[in-house]
Design a protein around this ligand. Structure first.
Ligand code: AMP
Ligand code: MN
Ligand code: MN
Ligand code: MN
Length: 304
């Protein structure tokens, strides 16, 4: 079961990906995925079209979301607070708690975008707010990736990695600190919607080993189920250490490309190593989702 080609983290133009839901589903099918999840940032507006397209192609589809969270290893939110991402899988996208929660998280994105643009101007760059807003197909979901694309289009930086490195990450002139959802609210909304909660790309967070253990333990105590091990947002050298930590904390493992765009993301959906390639003892998080056709069930049914 951990050899299956499930790809459970991908973006569409409903957030900061560039493909429509239909295009993303077609790409996953071409790449031989056994199942695909769409997990846009703080919105489920790409799910209905994705489900329809997947049904047409006979591809198993998992409705998902990637929730922006502000978390601090110190307990109370303080100067050490950092942004982390929590993926929800197998969610009911009509659930009121989830829908309202996501709307509240999206709420400040335009004002934050204005502030990013203002800081960039202050740093001597042109005003790229309108360009970034153009890149955001879903106007509620203006994000840093759209600013990165605007800076590339203006020739200010060679690629989006450079835009983040020079301008858009903490300590750089276009970074605006922002308060997202709490970890406990994100897990609550996902569970209220019948889904499974997964820590996205843990190796990307600037946490030392002890704070990472704190995050995993707190997430587990809140009822969180899984963690991404194999992701396009990890370097392959990070798979094994994350796998060990997942097992130590009794968390299920997930796999997903974190696909945004062909020239931006290292791997397309369905093309990363499988969980079994990394560690045969990992328990795939899809064992907690609805039964996979043709596969024995791992845990005997629902988890909530
Ligand atoms: P936002 O939610 O607006 O803060 O944007 C977060 C998104 O920015 C992430 O989901 C990534 O797609 C992108 N991102 C963050 N850091 C980087 C980076 N260093 N290089 C490339 N993309 C990044
Ligand atoms: Mn993104
Ligand atoms: Mn993320
Ligand atoms: Mn993502």
């Amino acid at each position: 079961m951990n050899k299956l080609n499930f790809d459970l983290h991908n973006h569409t133009s409903a957030s900061d990906g560039v493909l429509s839901s239909e295009e993303l589903v077609a790409l996953a099918a071409r790449n031989g995925c056994d199942a695909l999840a769409i997990t846009d940032h703080d919105t489920v507006s790409g799910i209905a079209a994705g489900a329809l397209a997947a049904a047409r192609l006979g591809l198993k589809f998992i409705p998902g979301v990637e929730i922006s969270v502000t978390w601090s290893p110190a307990g109370d939110v303080d100067a050490r607070e950092t942004t982390i991402h929590i993926v929800g899988l197998g969610i009911d996208v009509a659930n009121a708690a989830l829908v309202q929660g996501l709307a509240s998280v999206r709420g400040g994105r335009i004002a934050r975008g204005r502030e990013i643009a203002r800081l960039l101007v202050e740093a001597g760059q042109p005003d790229v707010f309108d360009d970034a807003f153009q890149f955001a197909e879903n106007k509620e979901m203006l994000g840093r990736t759209h600013f990165a694309r605007a800076l590339v289009a203006r020739g200010i930086v060679p690629d989006i990695a450079a835009a983040f490195k020079r301008f858009l990450t903490p300590g750089n002139p276009g970074y605006v600190p922002f308060r997202w959802a709490s970890l406990s609210d994100a897990v609550k909304w996902i569970h209220a919607a019948g889904g499974v909660a997964v820590i996205a790309h843990p190796a990307r967070y600037r946490l030392d080993s002890s704070d990472m253990d704190k995050l995993f333990a707190e997430f587990r105590a809140l009822g969180g189920e899984g963690v991404e091990v194999v992701t396009g947002s990890h370097d392959p050298s990070e798979y094994a250490p994350v796998a060990r930590r997942a097992k130590a904390h009794g968390l299920f493992a997930s796999r997903g490309a974190d696909f945004h765009a062909a020239h931006e993301t290292p791997k397309e959906p369905g093309t990363l190593p499988t969980l079994a390639d990394v560690d045969r003892d990992l328990k795939p998080v899809w064992g907690l989702l609805e039964p996979v056709p043709g596969q024995p069930q791992q845990n005997g049914g629902a988890v909530h």
